[in-house]
Design a protein around this ligand. Sequence first.
Ligand code: ATP
Length: 425
Amino acid sequence: MRIGLLNIGDELLLGKTLNTNAFDLAGWLGELGHELVFTLAIEDREDVIAGVLRDVMAGVAGIGALPRCEKLLLTGGLGPTRDDLTRGAVAGFLDVPLEYNSEAEGWLAERLGVKPEAISESQRQQLYVPRGTLPLRNPAGSACGFSFELNGVSLFAFPGVPSEFRAMFDLHCRPSWQRGDAVLMRKRIFTFGLAESRQRELLRGFATPEPFRFSSLPSESGVAIALEAFVANAEVETQKVLLESAWKELLSLLPAESIVDLGGATLPQTVFHLLRERDATVSVAESCTAGAVGYLLTEIPGSSQTFKQGYLTYANEAKTLLLGVKEDLLKSRGAVSEAVALAMANGCREAANTDYAVAITGIAGPEGGTPEKPVGLVYIAVCSQKGAEVRRFQFRGDRKSIRWSSAYAALNQLRLFIINDLRKV
Ligand code: ATP
């Protein structure tokens, strides 16, 4: 199916709100095997909303600039405030009046736990729908949505609040949008520490078999590599054999250490599982990531079994007081140094009494760099009872990117350290 998306809201055009609804929908449709043919963010203005709806219909008739779609989702502008104009704009476009909907009133009364008479006047504004359209229950909020068919297109108006948009999509679209004729076949892993240029070289001889598609998506959390395709039900068994053998070949071409987990788990999931399997605990001492490593290590439910504590030691005195890093060492080597990273990790492990400890010290910038110690220089140390290891990194990018890259690199270093630690006697 071909789907179009209209996101309504000035805040999206003024750079105040990130259009996560467009991002989320693209992901859901990809999983469902449908095509998002356009997304358009527009102002909160009745004439603009109605004008774009006319353009969509022109696209359906093959005479407009917008691609033809079979379903159109509208998000935003359904609330009770003055700038919520979607209901009125759609009613104007359809040339019908807005009508109060008593079914929607019942849903809201139930949600609020009050009698219908007790619903406030401003809340009631959200219970109007254009005449002839179908009111849609909102399981996550108070504004009701609505849907209707026009010229072969199904239109759905949903609230803009991302949690409400998701809940409405899950209730009113997802179940009937499941494809019965095909399934998504996918293999995916995350790699870490393997530059994309190197990956390209390693996979030069690899031919992606039809109908599968190869994708490589880099981010601070690693590079997601996948082979995927929607496959007709009747062909699943045959394609399974093809996919398995292609995937095996692809994995054999990548360095084993760069593969975070053969089953496709993310870095935080993998580290959590490695620690759980060993019944091991970890602590962190962070100096340029302000808790980001602790955040990632506690992302998985149940991580309080593995994560004991963290120290945010920015000042030299804090490194000395909490981690026992010697003042002399800080003076002679500087806080951003290999020796201090190691001392922080060892001190952290001792103070927190954990099996593993991770320490980070670096310069996230934009100020504070010198020719010897430029912005982006980060030392990461990991230790256990069996020993310690420190690595030097030179990250690029802005402060945010340097901090997240450092935090993920620390997780990866811990992952490799735990795996290699086992091999030591
Ligand atoms: P409400 O009932 O809350 O008024 P609504 O349908 O009227 O819902 P809006 O008023 O347009 O929605 O937006 C409500 C909130 O959702 C705002 O914080 C807005 O920034 C956010 N929001 C709206 N559209 C999007 C979008 N496309 N992506 C992410 N957030 C959005």
